[in-house]
Every structure is written in structure tokens, then in C-alpha cells.
Design a protein around this ligand. Structure first.
Ligand SMILES: Cc1ncc(COP(=O)(O)O)c(C=O)c1O
Length: 390
């Protein structure tokens, strides 16, 4: 059997990972400013996280949600405390798309309404409703074309106000990423988020903060919406939650009531997933990685802004993006294959930085020196890249 060929991959096989570094099968070391797509929060293969999973594996890895799983309550309690959402309720699932799918279902059950507002350049996942609210027709199959999605321009307060005044009473949910990731590190303004809160209160609509990428400490606060001092009704979480172990969830406001069988999943909230997620929270707390992400992110942003060839450096905490002019379009590939530094991208010309929250000042300096050296090389040699076989 062949693999279903849906991923354009780099010709690199990762054989080992530790902290902020990965190594390929030929022993080359790479600095990871991509975090496997914002997933690595506490650092690759963190010893405490590994031990938590190993210990749990020796006891019980999985039993279904038909029995009590005290680890789920332990996780909910710790997550509630660290995110300052102690009165919220946790539903556990397996991926970001699934988290958003469930968030929108809960909103629809709660309000009895059908419509969802999402925004231009949004990415919320690839399952049916999540992809329907995603602004990318190329990943929507014909069956995903539903009539209940209203797409408005991101950060456009007038458009949102107008739409809600017209049919706010039909809108079950407004779903928004605090920082759009796939959309190219575009930040929701504080007043935009405050307006969403206000309108949701006015019309009884559910405010869903998609914190799958920007949440879990990456922005320098637990949730990105905390920067705007705005509370959402549902927070969806995934990537950083398991540090690579597939675990996701939604935190749901106490005004929304659960009913048996309203949601469900076979694998979500397994013993092993909870142990991994608890391991992550314990390290986030002990190593104060959220404060560290704020400080390291500010340092990284300042250093990037010193480089005149990089345009529009923006972001919050360790979720940073900048535009690369056409003559430097090989920058990202060359950082990877010549300097052995992973970064992310957003089409068409944006480099995204999503390192582990444990990234150090010294490692940031390594990236900055590599960018400066590579820009100077590309300016002298045109858009040519070196052989990528090294
Ligand atoms: C903001 C956001 N929401 C949802 C998703 C979907 O997550 P998953 O790929 O785990 O389904 C992503 C993935 O990149 C994302 O960035």
C-alpha cells in the first residue's frame, strides 16, 4: 500500500528530538522554530512528559468514556486553574478540527440556531463544519458547501455590527482565531474581540475563541483573548495541549448545560492522553513557560524588527510572522537546508515562527544571525539556493 499523497514534504527524516532541537537520520541537528506546526509547547521529548506517559502506559492506556476516568477531572481542575477558567467545563477530544466541530455543535444545541459567523482568511480545521467556516475553497469538498456559514471581513467592526443587527437572532456562534495562523499571523484587535463579546451578549450568540494555535500559552498569556481582557463562551484547544500527543478539548462556560449523549468520542480523554496533557500543564507551570514565551517573544520580535529586509514583523509571544520580499523568496528553504533551522510559512510570502515555548535567547540569536547571513548571501547571489542534499 502507498501513502495517500496529500502532503508536500521536505526530504528530511527526523530520527530524534530533544528540547528545541531535532536530528535527522544522518545525525544532522536542526533548531526548531516551527514546533511541528505550533504543537511543541514544552520542548521535544521533555523528560517529565515522557515519564508521565510511560508511567501511565504501565498502568492503563485506554478505557472508553463508559467508566470514571479521574485523570480527566484532574486535567480539568489543573487546566481551569492555570487558564483562570475554574468554573468552565471541559470536553476532551483528539484534534483541533474536532474541538471546533464540537464547539459549534454545542453553540447550536445551546441556542437552537443554525448560522455561524466566521472571518476572512480563517482556518478552523478540515472536518465538515470546521472546514465550512474556514476561508479556503480549495480544501472544501462540494459536500462541505453549507448555507449556514456567514463570512465577514476580519477585524471589520462595522460589517460585524451590521450583520448582527440584521440577523443576530439567527446566529448560533461567532468563531474567531485571536491570531490567525494559517491566515498569516493576523491579529484580532482588542476592540474587535470586545465587540464580538458585546454582540454575543446582546443577541444570545455563543463566542467561540479558536485557541488551537494561538492558545495554551503561545501568545504569552494562557488564551490570546486574555490580552484583550475578553472572555469567550467556548475556547477550543489542541496543538500545544499534548506537546505532540494527540489531545484536544473545549472549555465551555457554565451557562451552557450538558446533556447526556449531546457530544461523544471513543478516544477523547483517554488515560494516556490525559497523562500527556497533565505532563504538559505541570511543566508549563513549573518552568513558567507562559511568562517565558512573553519575554522570549518580545526579544525575538525586537531582533527581527532590526532587520530592514523583513517586512511587517508582527505577532504576540512566540507566534510571529513577517513578509519576505520576492528577491529573498529562498530564505525559508535556505534556513532549513543550509542553516538547519525549521520555520513555518503562510502563503504567499510569510515566514511564521512557532518555536517551543522554551526557546532561549541564545537560540533566538542563532536564528537572527542565520537570517542576516542568508539575506546577505541571497542579495549577492540572486535567488539561487545551494544544493538541498546536505
Ligand atoms: C486555528 C486552528 N484551528 C484549527 C486547526 C485544526 O487543527 P487539527 O489539524 O488538529 O485538526 C488548526 C490547525 O492548524 C488551527 O491552526
Amino acid at each position: 500500500m502507498n501513502l495517500f499523497d496529500v502532503y508536500p514534504v521536505n526530504d528530511i527524516t527526523i530520527a530524534r528530538a530533544e528540547g528545541e532541537y531535532v536530528w535527522d537520520d544522518m545525525g544532522n541537528q536542526y533548531l526548531d522554530f516551527y514546533g511541528g506546526h505550533a504543537v511543541i509547547s514544552i520542548g521535544h521529548s521533555h523528560p517529565h512528559w515522557k515519564q508521565r506517559i510511560k508511567d501511565q502506559l504501565d498502568r492503563v492506556a485506554f478505557y472508553s468514556n463508559s467508566v470514571k476516568i479521574p485523570l480527566q477531572s484532574e486535567l480539568a481542575e489543573k487546566l481551569g486553574r492555570l487558564s483562570d477558567k475554574e468554573d468552565y467545563q471541559l470536553f476532551l477530544c483528539n484534534s483541533g478540527a474536532e474541538a471546533n466541530e464540537n464547539a459549534m455543535k454545542v453553540a447550536s444545541f445551546h441556542t437552537g440556531r443554525k448560522k455561524v459567523i466566521s472571518f476572512s482568511k480563517a482556518f478552523h480545521g478540515r472536518t465538515s463544519l470546521a472546514v465550512a467556516v474556514t476561508d479556503n475553497p480549495s480544501i472544501q469538498a462540494p459536500v462541505n458547501d453549507v448555507e449556514n456559514v456567514i463570512r465577514l471581513p476580519f477585524n471589520d467592526e462595522d460589517a460585524l455590527r451590521e450583520e448582527m443587527s440584521r440577523r443576530g437572532n439567527e446566529v448560533a456562534a461567532i468563531i474567531v482565531e485571536g491570531i490567525q495562523g494559517v491566515g498569516g499571523i493576523r491579529i484580532a484587535g482588542a476592540s474587535f474581540l470586545k465587540l464580538i463579546r458585546e454582540l454575543c451578549d446582546q443577541y444570545g450568540t455563543v463566542f467561540i475563541a479558536d485557541e488551537v494555535q494561538c492558545g495554551y500559552g503561545r501568545s504569552g498569556k494562557f488564551f490570546f483573548t486574555d490580552h484583550a481582557e475578553v472572555e469567550a463562551d467556548i475556547y477550543s484547544m489542541a496543538k500545544g495541549m499534548g506537546n505532540g500527543f494527540p489531545v484536544a478539548g473545549i472549555a465551555i462556560h457554565p451557562k451552557i448545560h450538558a446533556k447526556h449523549f449531546m457530544l461523544g468520542t471513543t478516544f477523547g480523554g483517554s488515560h494516556l492522553a490525559c497523562a500527556a496533557a497533565l505532563g504538559v500543564l505541570e511543566v508549563l507551570e513549573k518552568e513558567q513557560l507562559i511568562d517565558h514565551a512573553a519575554q522570549a517573544g518580545a526579544y525575538l520580535t525586537d531582533r527581527l524588527k532590526e532587520i530592514p529586509d523583513l517586512n511587517n514583523v508582527r505577532g504576540k509571544g512566540l507566534m510571529i510572522g513577517f513578509e519576505v520580499p520576492p528577491e529573498l523568496k529562498m530564505l525559508r528553504k535556505n534556513l532549513l537546508f543550509k542553516h538547519h533551522i525549521f520555520t513555518g510559512e503562510a502563503k504567499p510570502d510569510i515566514i511564521r515562527l512557532l518555536p517551543p515555548l522554551s526557546i532561549t535567547t541564545e537560540q533566538i540569536d542563532i536564528l537572527i544571525e542565520a537570517i542576516i547571513a542568508e539575506i546577505s548571501f541571497l542579495k549577492q547571489n540572486g535567488v539561487e539556493t545551494l544544493s538541498i542534499s546536505s
